[in-house]
Design a protein around this ligand. Structure first.
Ligand code: HT7
Ligand code: ZN
Length: 865
């Protein structure tokens, strides 16, 4: 397949001023009549018009009302000898009912939906399907009225009426110019929840959330999230909603999370539907974040869009940063930051070290859908956060204002964004641009030297990124502070260092005794930070750091060292040793929580006592032994459970929430810590703890507690555990008609540490609960298994063979989802020779499959090197 390069970008040869689309939805297919007012781009020399298309049955093509000769291939339609301005009319038939890729127009249970980002519009009609072609759209939909009573498209409703044979029609007009990837339509039988929002300047925006009939009582949280997002964007960034109508439609079959189509967002049901008994605290928080994310795109993505798909992080990194800030303001800033970094280390750091590593602005791709990644999104957000850290919040806000002043209504590049920030702040970002152009996670090695005579403390920082194309240094903002051994913050020691050279020293004056440096506070840059801490120093930081992120980080560093040492011991046939100091530190945390709140109180303690995940730890091993790592991490969990049984039991009893359920951060923090206590206690696997878990499972009045008990029981290793069987059976019986809850049931089993997990997962692929056509089910059962480090990487290669089989089943049916499954193999070269041989065979089997989709081929070829 063809590789596309950023360096080859050329502007479009033609522009489309207006688009008029007519959709006639019929049982044999949908007929799409497109009327485009086009003109030659005056900046480009004359060329034939080449339109994009995919799986279109072309019925008619005319220019200014006359039939013209054209050349149509499977993916392009070429017309030559065109006047400077003309009207192009095409008529095509598409088959949404057979569209299993969920890209373009497709059928889901309750009607028809579209997904056009990145290149789905070409599956609807012939078009210049690229983000720098922006047009105003009018859309008319015709369909059977009884089956599809709701007909929606972007913009404002302008007219509707009845037709013969029980059909009806509706016409929508979107006054804003937009690229084709923001087009959307919906035709279906849906219930609607309606409300309004009054903007700062007093305009009323009509809000609507459409969902499958019967689910209206699961919509109020998303509606409230939308209203909160609208207010927040006015207050933080001065950005008002420009629309008269803002609609969200939830659909059960969707490849990703949600889509920011102008005025007509289409969402995975997972990010809309919530009620205390079916959604967890994490679900509620994710809904807040995703609703906000899509709403924020209206400015960062829609009003100002991307010139080309290489600039994807321009909108995604910035919008993730904005939704992170919203989430932090709405919930708990301290634990929000901790979770962001936990997620980055679990997904983005491995990606940046693996075969799919790419800069936040890639230089090339085969399939753009493969680049909706943790790097473009989450590392992209870190890069935006670094800009704010370097210039300060006020200058960042001024930079945003300048960005919109310069580029509203345009399709632009990452340089344009950074130039606006530079203009507003006077900061020189030349060196900083390396963050946009290089793959890989930089490592910063720090050495501390205390000079008793001069009373100085010198930090020497050396940076390196072996994955980068050359050795020039990054500009790295490094937030630091110094602490005395008794835990007091040294006055005046809080500094933001700017690393600009490969090796650089920073001197702190008037330091009386050797301090404990706290480095990379608030995770001020997405790097690995190496410093040779003693356990005593880390214990000081864990107990006294006033920056919650680095307090948490100190605990993670302590645990990481213990687990990695234990894994090495286990691999060498020895017993791991667990120092009493770690248990003491954990005990103190639990006691602190019981007394005064430390940072986020219970929520913080729950984060601090959650050990680093196996995937994150595996990145720190040169050759991963998944069995030893798994045994080591669980060994430490069991040791903590044994030593702190009294504390865990006491807190479990004391942390009950005695008020009606609310997804507030206060309540959520208590539940998180209480459920963490339960999971630790279950490491002891006594009958009484099993019964306690089953009791919680049966009596919980909310999904957070019920699911926590289920997941903990599903993890019990013992072959004979009737409580586990009962909980799994009861849960399915109770929730089998709630699709999103069934996903949780599948995931509790696919992520289980139990040795028979693969057999269970295989059996579940034949269970009525599973559906190969539904991405949520595939993610919950199959991809989640692929992320189960110890079971996916089984020494006999059975996990690899299973995922390879699933990729082959899916690659043609849904290439985007299949390609995401293929990413489970990203880190195969980090394992021993035996596992590598199995993984290679599995990957080659996929690669050699006839007619493999471009999406999967790109991932698999890169994995095989
Ligand atoms: N901008 C949206 C991306 C998206 C997407 C991309 C490819 C295939 C399907 C998709 N669904 C949504 C989501 C977002 O970042 O807001
Ligand atoms: Zn986005």
């Amino acid at each position: 397949p063809q590789t596309i390069y950023l360096k080859d970008y050329t502007p479009p040869a033609y522009l489309v001023d207006t688009v008029d689309l007519d959709f006639s939805i019929e049982s044999g297919g949908t007929v799409v009549t497109s009327t485009l007012a086009m003109r030659r781009n005056p900046l480009v020399s004359a060329r034939p018009l080449v339109l994009d298309g995919e799986e279109l049955e072309t019925l008619d093509v005319t220019v200014d009302g006359a039939k013209v000769p054209f050349l149509a291939s499977a993916s392009s339609l070429t017309v030559d000898h065109l006047p400077d301005a003309f009207t192009l009319r095409t008529v095509v038939r598409i088959k949404p009912d057979g569209n299993t890729r969920l890209s373009g127009m497709y059928r889901s249970k309750d009607g028809y939906f579209t997904q056009c980002e990145a290149q789905g519009f070409r599956r609807i009609t012939w078009f210049l399907d690229r983000p720098d072609v922006m047009s105003t759209y009018t859309v008319t939909l015709h369909a059977d009225k009884a089956t599809y009573p709701i007909l929606l498209a972007n913009g404002n409703p302008v007219a509707n009426g009845e037709e013969a044979n029980g059909r009806h029609w509706a016409k929508w007009a979107d006054p804003f110019r937009k690229p084709a990837y923001l087009f959307a339509l919906v035709a279906g039988k849906l219930d609607g929840l309606f409300d309004t929002f009054t903007t700062a300047s007093g305009r009323t925006v009509q809000l609507a959330i459409y969902v499958e009939p019967g689910k209206l009582d699961q919509c109020p949280h998303a509606m409230a999230a939308l209203q909160k997002s609208m207010l927040w964007d006015e207050e933080r960034f001065g950005l008002e909603c420009d629309l008269d109508h803002y609609m969200i439609v939830a659909v059960g079959d969707f490849n990703m999370g949600a889509m920011e189509n102008k005025g007509l967002n289409i969402f995975n049901t997972k990010y809309v539907l919530a009620r205390a008994d079916v959604a967890t605290d994490v679900d509620f928080e994710n809904i807040d974040r995703v609703v906000a994310h899509e709403y924020f795109h209206n400015w960062t993505g829609n009003r100002v869009t991307c010139r080309d798909w290489f600039q994807l992080s321009l909108k995604e990194g910035l919008t993730v940063f904005r939704d992170q800030e919203f989430g932090a303001d709405l919930h708990n800033r301290q634990t929000a930051r901790i979770r962001e970094v936990r997620g980055l280390r679990a997904a983005q750091f491995p990606e940046d070290a693996g075969p799919m590593a790419h800069p936040i602005r890639p230089a090339s791709f085969v399939e753009i859908n493969n680049f909706y990644t943790a790097t473009v999104y989450e590392k992209g957000a870190e890069v935006i956060r670094m800009i704010q850290t370097l210039i300060g919040r006020d200058a960042f806000r001024a930079g945003m204002d300048e960005y919109f002043r310069r580029h509203d209504g345009q399709a632009v590049t990452c340089e344009d964004f950074v130039a606006a920030m530079a203009a507003a702040s006077g900061f020189d970002f030349t060196q900083f641009m390396r963050w946009y152009n290089q793959p890989g996670t930089p490592r910063v090695a720090v050495d501390g030297h205390f000079d008793e005579e001069t009373k100085t403390f010198t930090l020497t920082c050396t940076q390196a990124n072996p994955r980068a194309s050359d050795e020039s240094p990054y500009l790295i903002p490094l937030r630091v502070a110094l602490f005395a051994a008794d835990g007091n913050l040294l006055p005046g020691s809080e500094r933001l260092l700017q690393l600009t050279a490969t090796t650089q020293s920073f001197v702190f004056e008037n330091i009386a005794v050797e301090p404990v440096p706290s480095l990379l506070r608030d995770f001020s840059a997405p790097v690995y930070l190496d410093f040779d801490y003693t356990p005593e120093q880390l214990t000081v930081l864990l107990a006294h750091e006033s920056d919650p992120f680095n307090a948490w980080e100190a605990g993670q560093r302590l645990a990481t060292q213990l687990i990695l040492d234990a894994a090495a011991a286990i691999a060498a046939g020895q017993e791991p040793v667990w120092p009493a100091s770690f248990v003491d530190a954990a005990r103190k945390l639990l006691q602190t929580q019981a007394g005064v709140g430390n940072f986020g109180g219970a929520a913080f303690v729950a984060e601090a006592l959650t050990l680093p995940g196996e995937t994150t730890l595996a990145e720190l091993m040169s050759v991963v032994d998944p069995d030893a790592l798994h045994a080591a991490r669980n060994g430490l969990r069991r040791h903590l459970a044994e030593q702190l049984e009294g504390e865990f039991s006491g807190l479990y009893a004391g942390l009950t929430v005695n008020e009606p359920y609310a997804p507030s951060s206060e309540q959520a923090g208590r539940r998180a810590l209480r459920n963490l206590c339960l999971a630790y206690l279950l490491e002891l696997d006594t009958l009484s703890v099993r019964q306690l878990a089953l009791q919680q499972f049966k009596t919980a009045d909310n999904m957070t507690d019920q699911f926590a008990a289920l997941a903990a029981l599903a993890n019990v290793n013992a072959a004979d555990c009737p409580q586990r069987e009962q909980a799994l059976a009861d849960f399915y019986a109770k929730w089998k008609n709630e699709a999103l809850v069934v996903d949780k049931w599948l995931q509790a089993q696919s992520t289980s540490r139990r040795p028979d997990t693969l057999a269970t997962v295989k059996a579940l692929t034949a269970h009525p609960a599973f559906d190969i056509g539904n991405p949520n089910k595939i993610y919950a059962l199959i991809r989640a298994f692929g992320a189960n480090l110890v079971r996916f990487n089984a020494a006999d290669g059975s996990g690899y063979a299973f995922i390879a089989d699933q990729i082959i089943v899916l690659h043609d049916r849904n290439p985007q989802v299949a390609s995401r499954l293929a990413r489970c193999f990203d880190r195969w070269t980090k394992f021993d020779a035996g596992r590598q041989a199995h993984a290679r065979r599995a990957l080659e089997r996929v690669r050699d499959h006839a007619g493999l989709s471009r999406d999967v081929l790109e991932v698999v070829t890169r994995a095989l090197g």
